[in-house]
Design a protein around this ligand. Structure first.
Ligand code: FES
Ligand SMILES: [Fe+2]
Length: 385
């Protein structure tokens, strides 16, 4: 093991070849889970869905995360705005789920009504209250930014802008999927896992397991061209320049817009984006914490016309029926192992060539976790080749 003096807070080394993985307690301890809510999810850009889900003025959707409730609503000017989901009268939740309102957002408790910009419009009886100023009781705003139609929110007013923190990401996605900005939400699947959300990100961050665990994936994607890159602090990529086969055991597709093998992105803290071969598409798979030993995954598929074509359905079916069950079984087994007295930390298998089996992007993720939880330093970004 590296000399103690080289270790960063949390016990990692900045060089993946010298580092150990983060300790098991980070995946099991309820106190660490609580800290994550504030130090990670309370301060980071959090994906909430594609803007096509709230396409019309008055469309809204509620999202709960980081022990907080927020909602998004599209204004008459077409702008998507975010608010804390709490009425300024007596703190009742403003909306549940998703829907559309024609005129105002009305609180179910005493019917205070707000416009789509969060301004208080009516509060019955307020004219009888000394000095009551409706201007002081607008809904509290939450920051929203869009990238390629994907909506992100941040609870921290002091956080850097999404565009700044994730600089280069949009351009990188467009290089692989030129029409990524023209897509719309088409289909969704949910998964309930007996594994900490970070186990599932760990699983995404390396393809060392692809050959042993994903026979159909390596039949579809040319592993010789598969590369895992960490060109930025807050995102990383896995790409394969060409498909191994257009008619693999994963699914068949016609080469066209997307004539490559696969491009995957990890976007700190808990979003992954998958660009699959075939028609223009963008799949999001988000790992949502649900207690220290459980998480929920949301898979959302986006296509040009917002419907699931035959080929899109084959891709989703492959992920849903083959790839996800393969990965979920691995993650649930790892979660069991992480609480064993027989394990605490492992090493990262990395190589200088950054070959397809190298686990340097997994180390990059562990560095980000330690940066947020233990005040460690951010991971080093490696210039793209
Ligand atoms: S709590 Fe919303 S109107 Fe009273
Ligand atoms: Fe996997």
């Amino acid at each position: 093991m590296a000399p103690e003096t080289d270790l960063l807070p949390g016990g990692l080394h900045r060089d993946p070849a010298k580092s150990w993985t983060m300790a098991s307690r980070y995946y099991t301890d309820p106190a660490i889970y609580e800290q994550e809510q504030e130090k990670i999810f309370g301060r980071s850009w959090f994906f909430v869905g594609h803007e096509s889900k709230i396409a019309n003025p008055g469309d809204y959707m509620a999202v709960d995360f980081a022990d907080e409730g927020i909602f998004l609503v599209r204004g008459r000017d077409g702008v998507v705005r975010g608010f804390f989901n709490v009425c300024q009268h007596r703190a009742h939740r403003m909306v549940e789920g998703a829907g559309n309102v024609k005129v105002t957002l009305t609180c179910p408790y005493h019917a205070w009504a707000y416009d789509f910009e969060g301004k208080l419009r009516t509060a019955r009886g307020c004219q009888n209250v000394d000095g009551f100023d409706k201007g002081e009781f607008g809904l509290k705003t939450v920051r929203v930014e869009l990238m390629l139609g994907l909506m992100f929110v941040n609870l921290d007013p002091g956080a850097p802008a999404f565009r700044e923190q994730y600089a280069g990401l949009e351009e990188d996605i467009l290089r692989w999927m030129p029409r990524a900005g023209q897509l719309a939400f088409a289909a969704r699947k949910d998964y309930v896992l007996k594994a900490n959300w970070k186990v599932v990100i760990d699983n995404f961050q390396e393809c060392y397991h692809c050959e042993p665990a994903h026979p159909a994936f390596v039949d579809m994607v040319a592993m010789a061209t598969y590369r895992n890159k960490t060109p930025a602090t807050y995102w990383s990529t896995q790409t394969s320049d060409k498909p191994q086969s257009n008619a693999s055991s994963a699914y068949a597709f016609e080469p066209g817009d997307v004539d490559f093998g696969y491009a995957g992105y990890f976007i700190w803290p808990n979003l992954t984006i998958w660009l699959m071969p075939g028609e223009p598409n963008l799949m999001t798979l988000q790992m949502l914490p649900d207690g220290p030993k459980n998480c929920i995954e949301h898979l959302e598929w986006h296509s040009l016309d917002g419907t699931l074509s035959e080929q899109g359905k084959s891709a989703v079916d492959y992920v849903d029926e083959v790839l996800q069950p393969e990965d979920i079984a691995l993650c649930e087994s790892v979660q069991m192992g992480l609480k064993s007295r027989g394990y605490d930390r492992g090493r990262f298998i990395v190589d200088r060539e950054r070959s397809h089996i190298s686990e340097h992007a997994l180390h990059h993720f562990h560095m980000l976790v330690m940066q947020h939880l233990e005040g460690g330093e951010p991971p080093l970004a490696q210039a793209a080749e």
